[in-house]
Write a protein that binds this ligand. Structure first.
Ligand code: PAP
Length: 295
């Protein structure tokens, strides 16, 4: 791991993030989905893609791309494309481009962070659930390193903010503050609220992206169709390449992106002491700005 401007990054990701910062050419109608890892990115990618591309791909269509591709193959992770020297793929995307990043707001290219045109949809999650989800994800990796990583190793690192794109509290704060300052440019979502009312979240994303559902679409049940298409059960069963989402995630099988998909699974993995310790750190970091994950 390397620390850069306060953020922890896997060392192999640093060149990609640097290139993203320096060489990314924005378009005024770009849409960037941002998130810490394991906080609902795959779901948000599916929902946003299905919503934005609904004219070309009706969500009830039996041959919808999301039924044959992993959502990560439909919406590229920008910094990874730069890491892999594949940024030309971004130029080839039709406008409005839908892209994703895991980097902190402070690491975004200035053109993206402050461009009045580019919209950012951010999703985060209860931090303990993020840690547990990340641990399961590492365990599903095909590498020996991944399969021997213990929850207590990851937990100790997470308490110091030293995990991929950590600290999670700074990640959350950066986008939250931006969403407060410029709510028309940054939409701040929570995974738990999306789980509580997925259709409402779909409408919220559509409203924010200025692709509102028409009266006819509402009457035809399009938001509900998108919810069903993007449910964890449907996406898990998609005919996507079972060996992995795309070249960047090739070590991870398709199903490793769709585990439980619930809130509060930390309780099955962390002791009350671990939970208390982590909560205290997170609450202290987020308390001032008025954000909380306490239930
Ligand atoms: P990524 O960083 O690798 O893209 P991300 O998609 O952000 O991962 O988060 C994965 C979590 O979202 C998993 O949570 P879990 O480990 O606690 O189960 C995964 O199950 C959950 N998830 C993926 N797709 C969906 C979905 N369609 N609906 C609800 N949750 C989902």
């Amino acid at each position: 791991m390397r620390q850069w401007k306060g953020a922890w990054l896997p060392h192999r990701r640093v060149p990609g993030v640097l290139s993203f910062q320096r060489r990314f050419t924005p378009r005024p109608d770009d849409v960037l989905l941002a998130s810490p890892p394991k906080c609902g990115t795959t779901w948000l990618k599916a929902l946003s893609f299905a919503t934005m591309a609904r004219a070309a791909y009706p969500p009830g269509d039996g041959d919808h791309p999301l039924l044959r591709l992993n959502p990560h193959d439909c919406v590229p992770l920008v910094d990874s494309l730069f890491s892999a020297g594949q940024e030309a793929k971004l130029d080839a995307l039709p406008s409005p481009r839908l892209m994703n990043t895991h980097v902190h707001h402070s690491l975004l290219p200035p053109s993206v962070a402050h461009d009045p045109g580019c919209k950012i949809v951010y999703v985060c999650r209860e931090p303990k659930d993020m840690v547990v989800s990340l641990w399961h994800f590492y365990k599903s990796s095909k590498t020996t390193e991944g399969s021997t990583y213990t929850l207590s190793d990851l937990f100790e690192n997470a308490c110091q903010g030293k995990h991929s794109n950590g600290p999670i509290w700074d990640h959350i704060l950066g986008y939250w503050q931006e969403s407060q300052a410029t709510p028309r440019r940054v939409l701040f979502l929570r995974y738990e609220e999306m789980l509580r009312d997925p259709v409402d979240s779909i409408r919220e994303v559509a409203r924010f992206l200025e692709v509102l559902f028409t009266v006819t679409e509402e009457a035809a049940g399009l938001p509900e169709d998108i919810m069903k298409l993007c449910s964890i059960e449907t996406l898990r069963g998609a005919r996507a390449d079972k060996m992995g989402a795309n070249k960047v995630f090739v070590k991870f099988p398709h199903t490793s992106f769709f585990r439980k998909g619930v809130a509060g699974d930390w309780v099955n993995h962390m002791t009350p002491e671990m939970a208390q310790r982590f909560d205290a750190i997170v609450e202290e970091k987020l308390h001032g700005p008025g954000l909380s994950f306490k239930s």
